[in-house]
Design a protein around this ligand. Structure first.
Ligand code: SF4
Length: 224
């Protein structure tokens, strides 16, 4: 089987999703941080519905600290895990006020100190809000990287991130991160991937495996 080179894959991604971008609505690094925090286990569409009102009511970290936890929970209750997320938002805003003059820090090690902010969120904020090359590994990026054989199926999220950073030229990290998300969200979906119309089907190890199994099943049916 022909192996899929990173160069061919990046080219294919660019052709398929030239305008891939962050789909969380925001107008500054602070709003993006809140939106990414809310997006854990929730669709971007739902987050955008909620933040449309939320970002009108709350514009600064102080605004989130002026209200009670109950009120903030009520304002984001359409989002999964809203109780914990509201707690994280208030703790994050408190830390921003105490340590960072109310601003979202740029450095990765500072970002991950913020409550509710892990590696993925920090990478999204750095890449999207501050234009710093980064690859954030979410569920789509992880699945696609493993299906295509760029990473081992047992690799952790951190290992996937490190492998992709090693294989992809740094100048392409941010664009590729968005395109990988679009590829996983709209094409190589978790359920029902669009293998039939996939431009890299002939070099995809997952498709090859599924195809082989299907052939085996139909030949054993024929022989019965
Ligand atoms: Fe994903 Fe299927 Fe394409 Fe492989 S052939 S990359 S599994 S859509």
């Amino acid at each position: 089987m022909r192996r899929l080179s990173i160069r061919l894959f990046l080219q294919t991604l660019e052709e398929m999703f030239p305008d891939a971008h962050c789909e969380l609505n925001h107008s500054n690094p602070f709003e993006l941080t809140i939106a990414v925090l809310l997006s854990a286990q929730c669709t971007d569409k739902k987050v955008n519905q909620v933040t449309e009102k939320l970002f009108t009511k709350y514009k600064t970290p102080e605004d989130y600290l002026r209200v009670s936890l109950d009120e903030l929970q009520e304002d984001i209750k359409q989002i999964g895990l809203y109780k914990n997320k509201a707690k994280h938002i208030q703790a994050l805003c408190r830390l921003l006020m105490e340590e960072y003059n109310g601003e979202v820090p740029v450095e990765h090690e500072e970002l991950v100190k913020l409550p509710g902010v892990g590696r993925k969120t920090a990478n999204v904020v750095r890449s999207v809000a501050f234009n710093i090359p980064a690859i954030a590994v979410d569920t789509h990026v992880e699945r696609v990287s493993k299906r295509l054989g760029f990473c081992d199926s047992e690799d952790t999220v951190l290992q996937v991130e490190q492998t992709l950073m090693r294989k992809i030229p740094k100048k392409d990290w941010s664009d590729t991160h968005h395109r990988l998300i679009f590829f996983g969200r709209y094409h190589c979906k978790a359920q029902n991937p669009q293998c039939g119309s996939c431009p890299i089907q002939d070099v995809c190890p997952t498709w090859k495996k599924v195809h082989k199994e299907q052939k085996k099943v139909s030949s054993s049916k024929r022989n019965k």
